[in-house]
Design a protein around this ligand. Structure first.
Ligand code: GDP
Ligand code: MG
Length: 439
């Protein structure tokens, strides 16, 4: 939907107020659609409008791309900037992490996930402790989770109150040399003073390095209210959004960040203990705008790439029998995936080329569309044996595809270059190719 409006912006030079206003209307709808709170949307679009009106459009990109880039960058900023904010691990051991949130938000599961992650990735010795004395089986649930994760959990002592359990956990943590102690608290169905007081008491007793609020991304606007209340009542250092595997479009993340100022540190993406990821503002920005995110692209790629067709093309390439029909088929496959630079990024060794494409902001989709038009204006023989395409044929093909002879030449040259590379790769063998790509 968005790309339609952005493509419609066709004038060159400076971005006009009208250009930007039109695009902003669409951005606003997309954001509301993604469940971003209205005041946050208003604030955001105002800021972007200021940034965009009058901005210079470089010759190499279209105005639509220019606006899209400004919107996307601003969205990433609003979500906390590029990259993910890591968990605080610099405090003296044992470092207490306090997990808070409503009942069913995913606190206990997330505690287990974080424990597993810190154990595997950071080589930390982690102790899990459940302070949930509200539900009879809660402490047992965490203990079983800990066993599954291969992480230690605090032995259960019946009858102890949350603050006592927290103190005991820290004591065991110190005595037994744990790096991190994760304190999983009880939730309530809704926020009440008793819950907040309990959290405050545990905080006072343990001075946690992180007070992580776990919120269910699927609850949208409610998640934002929850975050605001928790932040006001106990203060949070970060947010974990659970159930990002659902079809929540991430708007809550933007509102939450804007309203609480606390960074979103992690995202839960499933029920399994491994299903925890760093929160990437750039991916969520893409999700909100529907401009395609790289993570989604990887998924889409595996669905869309026709394995057999790729293999057939690869074989023909290596045999030096690759013709313009195959080239067109390859372009179509790439086009199905949406973003060429994204795909290049997924291929080992192609990162450099991706950087080049991205730095120039080349509209590869448009280039490919043109190339497909040129190829489809050729005869079968011309596609099989491009060498027969001389001046008069070039003129005919250019006219048929609504392009110019230069553009036809450019395509033929590119195909030629590719064939040359293929031949060289053939000579070098696969080992040589790897060397070339990594060098
Ligand atoms: P708590 O009451 O806050 O401790 O919530 P739990 O950790 O017990 O989780 C409640 C339910 O949500 C469980 O069935 C979990 O498996 C599920 N859950 C937690 N995180 C995620 C997630 O990221 N994705 C999905 N799909 N389910 C989750
Ligand atoms: Mg729980």
């Amino acid at each position: 939907k968005l790309s339609g409006v952005f493509e419609g912006l066709s004038k060159r030079g400076k971005l006009s107020e009208d250009d930007v206003a039109e695009a902003m209307r669409e951005v606003r709808l997309a954001m509301l659609d993604a469940d971003v709170a209205l005041p946050v949307v208003r604030d955001f679009t105002n800021k972007v409008r200021e940034r965009a009106v009058g901005a210079e459009v470089l010759d190499s990109i279209s105005p639509g791309q220019a606006v899209a880039k400004i919107v996307n960058d601003a969205l990433i900023d609003a979500l906390g900037g590029a990259g993910a904010v890591p968990l605080t691990l610099s405090a003296p051991a044992p470092i207490p992490f306090l997990m808070v949130g409503l009942q069913g938000s995913g606190k206990t599961t997330t505690s287990g996930k974080i424990a597993l992650r810190l154990t595997n990735r950071e080589r930390k010795k982690v102790l899990l402790a459940s302070l949930d004395v509200q539900r009879p089986a809660a402490q047992l649930q965490l203990q079983q989770l800990a066993e599954r994760a291969g992480v230690a959990s605090l032995p259960i002592v019946p009858g102890q109150q949350p603050v006592e359990i927290a103190r005991r956990a820290m004591e065991v943590g110190r005595r037994e040399g744990y790096d991190v102690v994760i304190l999983d608290t009880a939730g309530r169905l809704s926020i009440d003073e008793a819950l907040m007081q309990e959290v405050r008491d545990v905080r006072a007793a343990t001075s946690p390095a992180e007070t992580l609020l776990v919120v269910d991304a699927m609850t949208g606007q409610d998640a934002v209210n929850t975050a605001q209340r928790f932040n006001e009542a106990v203060g949070i250092t970060g947010v974990v959004m659970s159930r990002m595997d659902g079809d929540a479009r991430g708007g809550a993340a933007l509102s939450m960040r804007a309203i609480t100022g606390a960074p979103i540190k992690l995202a839960g993406t499933g029920e399994k203990l491994e299903a925890l990821e760093e929160f990437h503002p750039e991916r969520v920005a893409g999700r909100i705008l529907g401009l395609g995110d790289i993570a989604g692209l990887v998924e889409k790629a595996s669905e869309t790439i026709d394995q057999e067709e790729s293999e057939r093309l690869a074989k023909k390439m290596l045999a030096g029998k690759f013709d313009l029909d195959d080239y067109a088929s390859q372009i179509r496959q790439i086009n199905k995936l949406g973003s060429v630079s994204g795909i290049l990024g997924m291929l080992p060794g192609m990162g450099k080329l991706k950087d080049v494409l991205e730095s120039k902001d080349v509209d590869t989709a448009a280039i490919f569309r043109k190339q497909l038009a040129i190829i489809s204006s050729m005869t079968k023989d011309e596609r099989k044996t491009p060498a027969i395409i001389k001046a008069s044929r070039k003129k005919r093909i250019a006219a048929g595809s609504g392009t110019s002879v230069q553009e036809v030449n450019k395509l033929l040259k590119q195909f030629d270059d590719m064939s040359t590379v293929m031949k060289r790769i053939n000579k070098m063998g696969l080992g040589g190719m790897k060397k070339m790509l990594s060098g």
